[in-house]
Design a protein around this ligand. Sequence first.
Ligand SMILES: Cc1cc2nc3c(=O)[nH]c(=O)nc-3n(C[C@H](O)[C@H](O)[C@H](O)COP(=O)(O)OP(=O)(O)OC[C@H]3O[C@@H](n4cnc5c(N)ncnc54)[C@H](O)[C@@H]3O)c2cc1C
Length: 404
Amino acid sequence: MQKSFDVVILGAGISGLLLASELSKNNSVLVIEQRVEIPTSSYWLTPSSSLKFAPHLRQCIDGFHENMEFIAFDDSEFSLKGEYAVWNTEKTVKVLSDVVKNNGGVISLDDSFFSLKYTTNRICIKTSQADYLARLSIDCMGYSSPIVHAKGIVKIYGYYILHGMLMEMSKVLNPVGLHNVMLQREPSFLEVFPLNRDRAYVTVIKPLSSLTEKSNIQRDFKFITRDTRYKDVLKVIPAGSEKGRNVESSHFVGGVVPVGRLQKTALDRIFFYGLSAQVNPAASATALTRILENYVGVAARIQHQLDCNKLQSHDLKPCLLAHLNGFNRSFQLSLFKDILHWNSDDFRLLIEWMNELDGQIVHDMIFSQLRVRDLPILKSLKFALYRRNFLLLKPVLTGLLKQF
Ligand SMILES: Cc1cc2nc3c(=O)[nH]c(=O)nc-3n(C[C@H](O)[C@H](O)[C@H](O)COP(=O)(O)OP(=O)(O)OC[C@H]3O[C@@H](n4cnc5c(N)ncnc54)[C@H](O)[C@@H]3O)c2cc1C
């Protein structure tokens, strides 16, 4: 006999767990995850202000920082000032999965989504372990969601691939947002987000137009962490410090963040959320900020639709609260599409540009909180004309066009 749930959530990443933690308060909820353990390979830095949307998750913050560095190959740098929180991934995953289980929700591990079909008043979700019936399913399967790709409802422009490790850190570092250590035609960027207890999430980020392109990301990661100035600061956590676990794989961090646009926010009895819903046009630095801002509101709207049993695609569409206003979405999409084709010198010019702008504007640009009425844009245009530095012109103009 098929097991039946109000809601089946596909994917136990942060977006699936956050929605499950809310929806399991009033519904029977099943979360399906293909991995044998809930993955801890992502990590997050958000502005501390994001915590006001989820104050109960403050316990998951490892530490707060006042600067984040952006550095070009020639050591020119921009230091972003603000209040940034680095999340402890293992703790966040544990806290959220405990909430789901304490609310009576079920998390089924080692269980891969395969297919679906519609039955009367239900959707049947077929996985490697069973067939489940649900009133509603929520796709939180990230960049590779078979549903959005098979239904052809996503336009992908490229990907940001991240590859790295949780490492030992012998000297206190500020968070490094992006450091283009090596001069390259297709640059890779080091990201370092320090944790307390002398550890840091360390990855190399490589922008790529397609996943089939050859990426030297593993080679770059090894080179940067073993042969540059970072070799004295960052060390592989020695084997044996985590009993019985394969150190290399247990400390792996990485993944893929797509740059794209979802053309439909929902199908009948299927709602998309998180990376599979293109919650943010790329930017490994801001997707969680968006999710935290709105997951409680999204869950409340989904609850309303469940209560009145209206679960067709047009009923579910309004559940997707706007993650970003039109200006920020178009600006970010245009910028992150452009970065896919930048070389090292383009990134150096971006740093030059960021140093010309007010720090608050750069913060708002990175975290998608720009307000057109503040007119940072005019200052940008003036700088661009004087210096013949046109990198941000297209994203700014694309964002502005969206306004009118
Ligand atoms: C290394 C890294 C660093 C990042 N840093 C930041 C940051 O600092 N700040 C920030 O805001 N954002 C950051 N991001 C972006 C980040 O991905 C998002 O914030 C968030 O983790 C996306 O969560 P998600 O749940 O939507 O997708 P995912 O985390 O991709 O989760 C998808 C889940 O679905 C599961 N799944 C996939 N296919 C199937 C299937 N067929 N059956 C069952 N399960 C399936 C996967 O195993 C996975 O657990 C980072 C991303 C990465 C990869």
